[in-house]
Design a protein around this ligand. Structure first.
Ligand SMILES: [Zn+2]
Length: 61
């Protein structure tokens, strides 16, 4: 890999519970980062295929 580390911002990362792929912090998650478990709405949808609708949604707002 490259010798110099040129990281623009030291953003936190998580691993998606559905696709098991790492994803990086996004601005839209700034207020719900602790609750974010999936890399995208698609993965979140897959996770909740056979689950009843949740009362609280981190996307509200
Ligand atoms: Zn995912």
């Amino acid at each position: 890999m490259s010798g110099k580390r040129t990281v623009k911002a030291n953003l936190p990362t998580k691993t998606c519970l559905v696709c098991q792929r790492p994803f990086t912090w996004r601005k839209k998650w700034s207020r719900v980062w602790d609750e974010v478990l999936y890399c995208s709405d698609a993965c979140r949808g897959r996770r909740q295929q056979k689950s009843p609708p949740v009362a609280a949604s981190p996307d509200s707002g």
